[in-house]
Ligand binder design. Structure first.
Ligand code: TTP
Ligand code: MG
Length: 368
């Protein structure tokens, strides 16, 4: 067992907080970032909601029409990804000095390995407070930080007390902490997996830890083993810096598994529309198109096709993605997830834009 001290930082209601910073008149109000609600008739989803809006029950990934019903008085804002990317970059740059290594995950999270910067958990907690204050002073947005002996525990801890919380889990408290959580809190366990586990009478992490690994592997494949390791609070993965972007894309888990090819093809169009904007914004061309299809039983297929030339053409991505997906659409099994990516990238602009892109692109949204 290592004696690492890992911090996980996660911004509070990130997009909404940035919007409140830009528009001080929205501070203290329910702010909902997502599609235009069009008087409640819109079909998009909520990207995020300020903590004020969460009091009305509004949540990420909720249909905007539902948010409108729950909170018609809310301030509805269309997302400004470039702005969020800029704020995120500034924050990531600022926290660099606090750790030997930082690993950015998506737009609003990062792990920091503070093992060599701090001698114990008490010092680590002070470090976390300094980081939170500096971000608040300089960027005018808040974050929450979790501290633990590995990345998994740090991540679960950062979510424990939000907003502006600090949660420290000492190595000797890991078991008690993780056993108290519901399985849904573990990374990778969404509503569907939660439901399957519930059917097996597994609702808490403590119950998951007591389950035979083989049973879990039979049902969930390799993820069953990961799940069991997580339930024990184990995670040996390092905080690793990521240097280059190899691909850019999106994937979506359907709210309900689908068996209509039409729905999957439409989802592909929508995913491509989304990330293609980023390809254009950052002047990126691609040569390879990749797809991923996951069935209801978690069986997963990936396929790729490489062109002989670089392009940034949206229709090409759509056509190839659909061609690659076609053989998987007429199965007896329903589809749980579909993803599309462009890879073998060629960058047209400067390093600076590249860095911004990393922030914007590394987050892959759950569309409904
Ligand atoms: P999160 O960190 O999951 O959420 P959050 O920062 O808004 O709120 P919290 O205080 O609970 O951490 O995601 C970061 C940003 O990613 C979020 O501000 C908006 C975006 N996002 C989506 O666009 N769709 C989603 O379904 C989720 C979960 C997030
Ligand atoms: Mg967040």
């Amino acid at each position: 067992m290592s004696n690492r001290i890992i911090l996980h930082l996660d911004m509070d209601a990130f997009y909404a907080s940035v919007e409140q910073r830009e528009h001080p008149e929205w501070k203290g109000k329910p702010v909902i970032v997502g599609a235009d609600p069009e008087g409640g008739a819109a079909r998009g989803v909520v990207a995020t909601a300020s903590y004020e809006a969460r009091e009305f029950g509004v949540r990420s990934a909720m249909p905007i029409s539902k948010a409108w019903k729950l909170c018609p008085q809310g301030v509805y804002v269309r997302p400004n990804f470039e702005l969020y990317g800029k704020v995120s970059n500034a924050i990531m740059l600022l926290i660099r000095k606090y750790a030997d290594r930082i690993q950015q995950i998506g737009i609003d999270e990062a792990f920091l390995d503070a093992t060599n910067k701090t001698s114990d958990y008490e010092e680590a907690e002070k470090l976390a407070e300094r980081i939170k204050k500096e971000i608040l002073n300089k960027e005018k947005v808040t974050c929450s930080i979790g501290i633990g002996p590995n990345k998994l525990i740090a991540k679960l801890a950062s979510d424990f007390k939000k907003p502006y919380g600090t949660t420290v889990i000492h190595p000797e408290d890991v078991k008690r902490f993780i056993n108290s959580l519901s399985v849904r809190k573990l990374p990778g366990i969404g509503p569907k997996t939660e439901a399957v586990l519930k059917g097996m009478k597994i609702e808490t992490v403590a119950q998951l830890a007591k389950t035979d690994v083989k049973t879990l592997v039979d049902i969930f494949g390799v993820f069953g083993r990961t799940m069991h390791e997580m339930s024990l609070g184990n995670d040996n993965s390092e905080v690793t810096e990521e240097h280059e972007i190899k691909s850019i894309g999106r994937e979506t888990t359907f709210e309900e598994d689908v068996d209509h090819p039409e729905i999957i093809l439409k989802a592909i169009d929508k995913l491509v529309d989304e990330f293609h904007e980023e390809l254009l914004a950052f002047d990126i061309q691609f040569k390879t198109v990749n797809i991923k299809i996951r069935y209801e039983d978690f069986e997963t297929h990936t396929r790729a096709k490489t062109l002989e030339f670089y392009t940034n053409d949206k229709q090409i991505i759509k056509d190839i993605a659909k061609e690659l997906a076609l053989p998987f659409l007429h199965q007896e099994k329903k589809t749980r997830l579909v993803g599309v990516r462009a890879s073998s990238l060629k960058f047209g602009k400067t390093q600076k834009t590249l860095k911004e892109l990393r922030v914007v692109s590394s987050f892959s949204k759950n569309l409904r």
